[in-house]
Design a protein around this ligand. Sequence first.
Ligand code: GLU
Ligand code: ZN
Length: 503
Amino acid sequence: MTDSAPPPRARFAPSPTGYFHVGSARAALFNWLFVRRHGGTFVLRIEDTDEERNRAEWTDGITSALEWLGMAPDEGPYFQSAQGDAHGTAIEALWESGALYACGCTREEIDGRTKLRAAAGDPTPGYDGHCRSLGLPRGDGRALRFRTPDEGVVLVSDLVRGEVEFPQRALDDFICVKGNGKALFVLANAVDDRTMAISHVIRGEDQLPTTPKQIMLWDALNEAMKSDLALPTYAHLPLLVNEQGKKLSKRRDPVAVEMYREQGYLPVAFRNYLALLGWSPGVEEIVPLDTLIETFRLEDVQRSPAFFDIQKLSHMNGVYIRQLPVTGFIAAARPWVDPQPGEWVPGGWRDPDTDTPIVAGPAWTRGRFEAAKFARLAQVTQERVAVLGEVPDLVDFLFLAEVPTDASSWQKAIERDEAAPGILAAALEAYGTCEWTIEELHRVTLGIAEASGKKLGKAQAPIRVAVMGRDRGLPLFDSLEALGRDETLRRISTALARVHPGT
Ligand code: GLU
Ligand code: ZN
């Protein structure tokens, strides 16, 4: 972009046919970074013309995911389905100019002829131009095809891919208007870009093969409508692949942005990670938004597929979580530990394939949550989680009326350790009177460990299982301090009674 160019208008044009794919989110982000960098306009256009596959909730999913990621559109959402008049005008003009012709062939007839051609040694797939010069009238359910020149090339100048040539011989006379008179995607998309004065088309590489057709349509529309709208500048973003190098698929891979939100990824971290998919701002990977915007250049986007690395994403999320001030962490974790009615909460989104929630809500009933107790453990929790969805399990012992005991932890730490009952009894006594601080709890427990001839870590295990239900989790003394003396003593007594029934 030169400095004198008018501010760009880029659009994100998803089809609401499923949950919000991480590849779509990356495309949205690159559009957004590009317009932010150049002071342009980010347009959202919902391409909802595939009536059978569109659902209103997918559109809501798109707008709420964009908002979550801090990329609400500057303009829109426009709905492609509301652009019927503009599509109709374009179709009329193309028809009048002779760029289109009606085709009465059925799918079977076309396939049959393709097979015959193949048998005769010509493997060219696609439509053979059968109706090109028949002069069929419109109507009667006939589709309209674009008269593609037989010779020449269409040149796609792409900011990412460079100059890509498409020989016109290889492009068949494609359908632009369906039998019902409605514009097909390839035409509707180009007409909308004209209507919305789009200057930059930034989208996934899967749309590259459509581009020469859209360029031909653009030129044909200019001619038919006696206009000379400049072709948008194209930038096709590299494919996202999994660790096997395979294209991310809805079946195999976790691709729904909604799912990452449920699991407790922070929007800043998720956005930072998405920015690195096919582009790099330099050596540092944790990059403030301002720097992303200042350094983003479509020309620097790579061509080779980008690996969507969930481990790297969750590592990055952990780094962002630890960078939060404790109060920020508490606020960010709130939907997972203290969901508020009427606000977004995790657990509401169900995997559409299995119809199960991605995360369960907290295990305790709502009224049992105590903000002050959670705050006491916030810092040690913050240091230990990669995603916010891990928080409830770490602090559940604070809020559950009865903490379930993990059977194998109980066996290992209490049943199979002869010293365990003695340690629990000693703890019951010492904790009954000691000062209730983390340091004091540490000190008296050290004494119990020494008296039983164990290392502190080993001596902690039965106490931890008695109070927290399992042998891993947050640091013990911080946990006891937050839980409080009375409840700690009650749980240790209950455990003792279970080891020595009847005493
Ligand atoms: N609606 C198309 C899709 O979701 C994208 C079209 C475009 O960005 O040009 O695949
Ligand atoms: Zn035909």
